[in-house]
Write a protein that binds this ligand. Structure first.
Ligand code: GDP
Ligand code: MG
Length: 440
């Protein structure tokens, strides 16, 4: 998938201007990428229409080439729908703040209750968990275990405080929390395997009874195309103020995030990324956008490349490759450009296509780059232009001047000659002058 997108973008890269045909081709690929990520079809349609309109619109940014422009638009729109800036929890003016959790059975509500409690406790709050799931036989006990792990109090039904009636339990729990000065109450509720009228009614009644400051709808990121119908049912049946995406540690690409945010208009507030209580974080729209598109941090890469890579420079270098006038001076300039783009390892790691090269990257020695630089800088301008001048005594002088050995100097000259030869061949064959290093 990312290969497909990458090749579409590199096809655009060679053209000077965005034509409707360019845009449509790219939009088709984006549509396919979103469907692959399990984004719901109506959401995909709206999204691609918005991208197309913007790409063809008058927001031409002269600083960007067409490919960069499309990537930027796609990313902007994705981040926009996913919530832009992340939203924080709303706390009550008069404590306790009540947070109610809702969602299907197995979505991750009870686990989330523990995660939230632990997170809030670390932030100086005194949360209490409320077991208002009286449906599953072990639900109360499960919450008690989670509460113990998080080191927070748990309010469970006991004879006299509403056994069998989750609405009563929840109501009593708020009173209890106020008495015991808990400033946040997290109400865990029951879920069913599917959307169910009785369940919705119960959740709605709990909501009415506790008047929560936040109702968080917890949804399993693996739910795929069902995300839309489930989210809609909960919005109509209970309504919620925010969304929590769980099980993001699985291989779900996160299409559910885009579907739910787009259909309900509610912000995604947290991401759950594992069974442990620490596998939890505030939601980052930008990271999710990259995950959905599977483009790695390609935008960052483009930005970096743009800063340090002047297109004219690159063109001139390409001409030199073709005409045999490529010198050690150019070799050095290229290397300095590489260095100014940041850590080579980090940069290659951002390219989706380069992720598989990880082993090779581990072996890449950045110190060698620095030594190469030192060697070339120890040469006279004439030697850099005409490497053939480099006889034994010159090489010895260069080795001394650069703090290296003659063997290293020899190796560099050999590498340069090979590179120059290879690039010359490639340039004549119309290939990019340096894989991945051309003008982006
Ligand atoms: P509930 O029915 O909505 O209360 O869901 P639970 O909190 O009981 O979670 C159901 C199952 O999913 C449990 O086995 C959890 O350990 C697991 N689970 C919850 N959140 C996550 C998550 O973010 N990642 C993974 N891998 N498992 C999770
Ligand atoms: Mg539960």
């Amino acid at each position: 998938l990312s290969d497909r997108l990458t090749s579409t973008f590199s096809a655009l890269r060679t053209k000077g201007k965005l034509s409707p045909a360019d845009v449509d081709g790219t939009v088709r690929e984006i549509r396919r990428a979103l469907l692959d990520a399990d984004v719901a079809l109506p959401v995909v349609k709206d999204f691609t229409a918005a991208v197309r309109e913007r790409a063809l619109g008058d927001e031409v940014n002269k600083a960007l080439n067409p490919a960069q422009q499309v990537v930027q638009i796609v990313n902007d729109e994705l981040v926009g729908i996913l919530g832009g800036e992340q939203r924080r929890l709303q706390f009550a003016k008069t404590p306790p703040t009540v947070i109610m959790l809702a969602g299907l059975q197995g979505a991750g509500k009870t686990t989330l209750a523990g995660k939230l409690a632990k997170w809030l406790k670390a932030d100086g709050h005194t949360p209490i968990l409320v077991a208002a799931d009286l449906q599953r036989p072990n639900a109360v006990q499960q919450l008690q275990v989670v509460g113990e792990q998080a080191g927070v109090a748990v309010y469970a039904p006991e004879p006299g405080n509403g056994v069998g009636d989750p609405v009563k339990v929840a109501k009593n729990a708020i009173k209890h929390a106020r008495d015991k000065q808990h400033d946040v109450v997290i109400v865990d509720t029951a879920g069913r395997l599917g959307v169910d009228a009785e369940l919705m009614k119960q959740a709605a009644n709990i909501r009415k009874a506790v008047d929560p400051d936040e109702v968080l709808f917890v949804i399993d990121a693996m739910i795929g195309q069902d995300a839309v119908s489930t989210a809609k049912a909960f919005q109509e049946g209970v309504d919620f103020t925010g969304v929590v995406l769980s099980k993001l540690d699985g291989d779900a690409r996160g299409g559910a995030a885009l579907s739910v945010a787009s259909i309900t208009g509610r912000p995604i507030m947290f991401a759950s990324t594992g069974e442990g209580l620490d596998d939890f974080e505030p939601f980052h729209p930008d990271r999710m956008a990259s995950r959905i598109l599977d483009l790695g941090d390609i935008l960052t890469l483009i930005e970096q490349a743009q800063k340090s890579f002047d297109e004219e420079d690159a063109k001139r270098t390409a001409e030199k490759f073709a005409t045999d006038s490529f010198t050690l001076e150019d070799f050095l300039a290229q290397m300095q450009q590489l260095k100014s783009m940041g850590s080579l390892k980090g940069m290659l790691g951002m390219l989706p296509g380069a992720r598989g090269m990880k082993d090779q990257l581990e072996n890449f020695d950045e110190g060698e780059l620095t030594r190469t630089e030192a060697i070339i800088q120890s040469m006279t301008p004439k030697e850099r232009q005409l490497p053939k001048l480099l006889n034994g005594s010159r090489r010895l002088r260069i080795a001394r001047g650069s703090g290296t050995t003659v063997t290293e100097v020899n190796a560099l000259v050999n590498r340069f000659e090979q590179a120059a030869k290879m690039m010359k061949t490639m340039a004549k064959g119309g290939m990019p002058q340096m894989p991945g290093m051309g003008p982006m």
